[in-house]
Design a binder for this molecule. Sequence first.
Ligand code: SF4
Ligand code: SF4
Length: 714
Amino acid sequence: MTTKNFVFWLVFLAAVAVFARSAWRLRQYLRFARPENRFDQVGARLRQMLTVGLLQKKILRDPSAGIIHVSIFWGFLVLLAAAVEAVLEGLHPALHLNWLGPLYSLSTILTDLFCAFIIVATIAALWRRYVQRVRRLQLEGDRIEAAIILVTIFAIVTSLLLLNTARVRLGTDYSWAIRPIASLLAPILPLDHTAFEVFWWMHIVLILAFTNYLPYSKHLHVLTSLPNVFFSPIEFPRQIPTVDFSAEDAATFGVRDIEDFSWKTLLDGYTCTHCGRCTSVCPANQTGKVLDPRQIIIAINRRTMEKGPLLLKLRDWADNALREDLRNAARQLLRGKRAEEMTELERTVFETVFSEEERAVWNRRLVGDYIAPEALWACTTCGACMQECPVNIEHVPAIVGMRQALVMMEASFTEESALLPNVYSNLETNAVPWGGMAHADRAAWAEGIGIKTAAEDSTMEVLFWVGCAGSYDERAKSIARAFATLMQHAGVEFRILGAEECCTGDPARRTGNEYLADTLTQQNIETLARYSVRTIVTICPHCYNTLKNDYPRFGGNYHVMHHTQFLQHLIEQGRLRIDQAELDRVTVAYHDSCYLGRYNNEYDAPRALLENVPGLEVLDVERSRDRGFCCGAGGGRMFMEEHVGEKVNHNRTRELLATGATTIAANCPFCMTMLTDGVKAADQADRVRVLDVSELLAEAITRRSNGSASPAEQ
Ligand code: SF4
Ligand code: SF4
């Protein structure tokens, strides 16, 4: 062993020890969060890791940035072999990878090529960030760190290319090595043994330093991205965090601090790359609200890094405390107790364990000191952030989890969300979010058009879940009638629940009142069980999503269809004949609702209905399908004020109007309200109609078949 090897052993062991300690601490922080089983469906998770993680499927949705990132990511995978070899050479002069033979040749060729790719990619990344100043990459506090990281990557790769060039020039390379780029450079670069040693040490020290810098930087994602993608939901993340109201020792409902998150949310925080893709598509952010989904995840991570060490210190103290009462008091504190909630003994422990400065950090509030409550209430839960995030971070469950604590623990609302207590009270008394509505009037919309309730006749092919908007909102009642007319036209035996139907709980659940949402859910499940309902069709994507995806958790399992899916099904069965339809030439801009599209991946059924109506032309809308832009009503925003920035519905309607269409088609009563208001605000109500897809179809079919006016026109 040479002196070089001896020195390297010392450097290497120190680097490994420091890294192991950092990794252990990060792992411990996760253990303070709520447990959650994410170890199921291993095969599907591995596939997801392959497509989203290794093949970078989501990164490539943005081709220019995607290619840069993919070059760096795949390049680093290839360069792992070179790093292993450098470490082996450092440990002992006789250690190397040449014995791999042809595989070594392949690895050296790829290493050489990827060195060149990464050098170009890092220059391009620096250009985009500091010269081109791509908006989503301009994050306060990130400029210096991003530069350090990019320059370090550049230096690691350049030093590798140069040390390999020196090997070729000096004739000391391994027998199986093939280095196309180094061979080109060798004749022109005067590199000697000293240069080789300088670049070798530079390369290996930078790698070890970079690896130890990762746990404290945004580039921690280099280590956590693949696990994070592995543990992320296999399908689009639809579930809102559950709350166990039966747990007698529950300290909190919802999320007040990092201990209340699932460990996966903290891992999300470790994994955020700060790329800003989420923020760039967020309707709230893009219309000037304080909400920035990237900052939400960064704030969760910042809180984890600040409070994690305190939790570790407290746990160690508890483990070593000699008196049982002190141990128990410390363990109570570990559940995230705030100063004002501590018993006298707990406060004594708190003051013994922590310095004044540490106590101040402990007492900070996640919502308030790190995240503005206004940001949480601005979220429409549209899911665009989660759709775009290249590492499958789940923003909406984190946001709703924090809303849950604001609502259920603190009854704390902002100016914009101040109306929610009234909404909850309406839901409690009349099972409808709007005030002044009598529960008994729920079926008033259906009077006189031959619709039976399940109580009158429980024999049914399908239950029509009308929803609160379809039952009470004047405009949405027309949608309910249009759809009912189409079903009657097709001879469908359907029933409604009438006064037995309650709100599904969606507005309560997504604004954080899980307790009320649970109550409504149980009530509806009991009603549906009474009539042995199996198949449900609804005109509301929020009801659709809730019945389909939330209710199974409570034991309510049904075949749920959105009305556009059901109409398509009737057409396929030949029960509804679209060739009977005809409209004078109508141009349509179709708006994808978030809860039908992004949450349930249904983009085609409504389009198929529209595209098959003779005389109707569907125009392209720039932000559509999984890149659709929210109308602004989801996540309970329908029932809140909107004072800050541009109104989301105005922004969306402007884009739809820009197509020049004479009709805007929607598939959701909430979108209907928002877009209708948007058209009025743009002073275009005389020129442009906003209709539900079913209304357009009913208009076309009824005109052709009996010459009567459509339900929408009645
Ligand atoms: S769900 Fe929509 S509104 Fe909420 S943070 Fe994500 S992109 Fe923004
Ligand atoms: S949450 Fe995802 S999309 Fe948003 S900045 Fe972080 S990595 Fe990028």
